[in-house]
Design a binder for this molecule. Structure first.
Ligand code: DC
Length: 443
């Protein structure tokens, strides 16, 4: 028997999530769950009982009076309210126009979330919705967020409606979709957003088959047994615990976005670098999720105690003077074996703390490693300890972990020298965005 999986596929209306979730369910023998149907179901039931859907109290009162039964038929979840299955009524205009308001009522959400979680008893699930990865099953490693530009989504939805014989105009569909997007993403309870750790796929220019394949590849990548190659994983974790305790005491180390670290699968962690404190800070920030191989210049390995230490924590020795083929090979081998490798794309520490352009070898390694990249911004380490700081200062350090740059985004940059440059730039751009967002937040 295959193991139980919960696959969460979120995204805005008409991003393709329903078709993809269905295809993934079929491929992996899961139960397909359209969570939006539950919100539509509550809306439909309220309308049937003559409630005003703009009035949450009336909707809740009909919900309390109705009896719900959820079951599985033909590999998909189905429900009946008071013994009646809604069928096609769920897709009608009346329900469509009212559902976003109903789905914004916290008690309705609590009711639906409970029903969705209870589906686990039926087996593996491929569930599509808006908040599956963020609220319903935040612990699942299989989180996806499908997106597409509004025009493309409206085009798809319009074609669907025409096929069903409806007569709405393209512009009306676009307007209605944008109204729903706005409501779904601005509501107070469980707004539509990318869940921490979700794999974001832009479906604007991809076929359903391509997107489905991307999802399946990612699931298989996450399930590939990871070859533990660090000399002593226990020693690694112990070392990072010590770094963590030290940095917490000395520099009030804070980590933001820890949920974005994928628990498994080959991974490149790419951080800015302006202080000796950056590698320990990144190691400490990621240690609870996984071990990571850092890279350090080979001359450090020449000092006996240091060399012993670096080898035991799995650091890859790098000759910075020439393109180090052996180090690259080692890193690629590790990445292909499902390990995590941490890099500092700027190469050496930034003298003044500002972000530097990436070194050319970074794009090459990322392209060859064929893994996603986790952008990381370390804030405050330059002020805390740099060439100009005059020793260690007890100033705060924050490690901000951003959203994954997916393998597909990297592949889109193409191949060859030009692509390597673009990949390096993309990574530094994402780090710069994390920096800008964080600085705006702290003012
Ligand atoms: O995916 P759909 O169009 O059938 O969704 C119908 C409505 O329900 C839509 O306004 C968004 C909302 N919804 C939600 O809030 N959370 C979910 N998990 C799924 C749908």
């Amino acid at each position: 028997m295959s193991k139980k999986r919960i696959i969460a596929i979120d995204g805005p209306a008409a991003s393709g999530k329903s078709t993809v979730a269905r295809a993934v369910a079929k491929e992996l023998d899961c139960i397909f769950v359209d969570s939006g149907a539950f919100y539509r179901g509550v809306t439909w039931a309220a309308l049937r009982r003559g409630a005003s859907v703009k009035n949450p109290a009336e909707v809740l009162s009909t919900l309390k009076k109705s009896k719900w039964k959820v079951f599985v038929r033909d590999g998909a979840s189905v429900f009946a309210s008071d013994g009646v299955e809604p069928g096609e009524a769920l897709r009608g205009k009346e329900v469509r126009e009212a559902v976003a308001d109903v789905a914004g009522v916290p008690e309705v959400r609590a009711f639906v979330v409970k029903k969705l979680r209870a589906l686990r008893r039926f087996g593996s699930l491929s569930m599509e919705g808006r908040d599956i990865g963020s609220v319903v099953f935040p612990q699942t490693p299989f989180k996806f967020y499908l997106d597409a530009n509004p025009e493309e989504r409206a085009k798809r939805r319009h074609a669907e409606l025409l096929a069903k014989g409806e007569t709405e105009k393209a512009q009306e569909v676009l307007d209605s979709l944008q109204r729903r997007d706005e409501k779904d993403s601005s509501r107070k309870t469980a707004p539509l957003k990318v869940a921490e750790g979700a794999y974001v796929i832009d479906t604007s220019e991809q076929s359903i088959e391509e997107v489905t394949q991307t999802v399946l590849n990612r699931i298989s990548e996450l399930e590939t047994p990871h070859v533990e190659v660090i000399g002593s994983p226990l020693f690694y974790r112990y070392t990072c615990d010590v770094f963590n305790a030290f940095l917490k005491t000395s520099n009030r180390l804070k980590v933001i976005g820890g949920g974005n670290i994928p628990k498994a699968g080959g991974l490149i962690v790419a951080s800015n670098h302006s202080s000796y404190l950056d590698p320990p800070a990144v190691g400490a920030a990621t240690r609870l999720v996984r071990t990571t191989h850092f890279m350090a210049r080979d001359t450090l390995f020449e000092k006996p105690l240091m060399g012993w230490f670096l080898r035991n924590v799995g650091v890859i020795s790098l000759d910075r003077e020439k393109g180090d083929v052996r180090a690259m090979r080692t890193a690629i081998h590790l990445l292909k074996g499902g390990a995590s490798v941490a890099l500092f794309p700027e190469g050496t520490r930034s003298e003044d703390g500002t972000l530097q352009p990436p070194k050319p070898g970074i794009g090459f390694l990322v392209a060859k490693g064929q893994t996603p990249v986790l952008p990381v911004y370390v804030h405050g380490s330059h002020a805390a300890w740099s060439k100009s700081s005059g020793g260690l200062k007890h100033l705060p350090i924050t490690v901000i972990i951003g959203r994954l740059i997916t393998r597909e985004e990297i592949q889109e940059m193409g191949k060859g020298r030009e692509a390597y440059v673009k990949i390096g730039e993309l990574i530094m751009e994402r780090i710069a965005e994390l920096k800008a967002d964080f600085e705006e937040e702290i003012g």
